[in-house]
Design a protein around this ligand. Structure first.
Ligand code: SF4
Ligand code: SF4
Length: 97
């Protein structure tokens, strides 16, 4: 089986996706959306990039984690099936999935 590789697009670090405990009510969904977020099922996409995401304008166009060697545990665990579900919920592309 061919192993898929990361092409350093930065998509997984460019927006923050959190899982909330329940599918939000209509009122809760509107609360998130009026604050610029998107809601799909029980996921909320917050449209801010991680402040450690650098690059994208250099020769190779790649985006890199500024603290890669010290990145948080949740980043080291990527791509877990749960993270992939979050990306897919919002149609975010990743060369590894
Ligand atoms: S710390 Fe690094 S790997 Fe984690 S979200 Fe930020 S840029 Fe991405
Ligand atoms: S979205 Fe996928 S391909 Fe892009 S940086 Fe993240 S892991 Fe790599």
């Amino acid at each position: 089986m061919k192993v898929k590789s990361c092409d350093c697009c930065g998509n997984c670090c460019n927006k923050i996706i959190i899982e909330i405990s329940n599918i939000p009510s209509e009122e809760e969904r509107i609360w998130w959306e009026t604050r610029g977020c998107q809601v799909k099922d029980n996921y909320v996409l917050i449209p801010f990039p991680c402040p450690n995401l650098m690059g994208g304008s250099g020769m190779d166009g790649k985006r890199k984690c500024w603290i890669y060697d010290k990145r948080p545990l949740i980043c080291r665990m990527y791509p877990l099936p749960e993270s992939i579900k979050k990306l897919k919920a919002f149609g975010i592309e990743c060369s590894m999935i």
